[in-house]
Design a protein. Structure first.
Length: 194
């Protein structure tokens, strides 16, 4: 029993580590955007410099490496880790894209960004263990139910803070959605051990 809790804690910790690395990459991308573009009143007046693109690509590479941590904690090896990192990396790019769109007038961008954020951990957890036979059905069902519940909770948090102008209120739905990063790998680890 103690070994099961150790695996669950390791998977949740890997999810938190992955979240921390991706948050750092997001902060680096935002800082690069603000420091490398020449801003006018309505937006950038010149295209970003090559330094910006090198920095963004480097940050995305580190984020992709961080996205493989939950898969490694769940026991994935070789091709599964690469597939998990690539699929989760695409989800992270979608999250960053929709997050930037949500700063403008696009009404669909916030739910799409929250969905991409929850999908990153769900896809990462399921791809890591997809070829385990009869366990996969049980893992898939539990992971999808938990992912949908966290997504709806983040939408509810967004509805509660809609119209607030303060930055902490803006991040409340993102914090709720990002709770899926430690929770979903922990669920998969506990069901695999059971």
């Amino acid at each position: 029993m103690q070994r099961v809790w150790l695996r669950v804690a390791l998977a949740a910790g890997a999810g938190l580590g992955s979240l921390a690395i991706c948050c750092g990459a997001l902060v680096v991308i935002v800082l690069l955007f603000f420091y490398s573009a020449d801003f006018a009143i309505l937006g950038p007046s010149s295209p970003p410099s090559p330094f910006f693109w090198v920095g963004v690509v480097t940050a995305l590479i580190f984020a992709s490496a961080g996205l493989s941590l939950p898969a490694l904690a769940l026991g994935a090896r070789g091709g599964h880790v690469m597939k998990t990192a690539v699929l989760s990396g695409l989800g992270f790019v979608a999250f960053v894209f929709f997050l930037f769109l949500s700063l403008g007038p696009a009404a669909f961008a916030v739910p799409a960004a929250l969905m991409a954020l929850v999908a990153i951990s769900a896809v990462g957890s399921l791809v890591a263990v997809r070829e385990e036979g009869h366990i996969t059905v049980r893992l898939g069902r539990a992971t999808v139910i938990a992912a949908v519940a966290i997504y709806w909770a983040s939408l509810f948090a967004y509805w509660l803070v809609y119209g607030e102008e303060s930055w902490p209120y803006f991040f409340a739905p993102v914090i709720v959605a990002s709770s899926s990063w430690p929770v979903l790998p922990a669920i998969v680890a506990s069901l695999r051990s059971g």
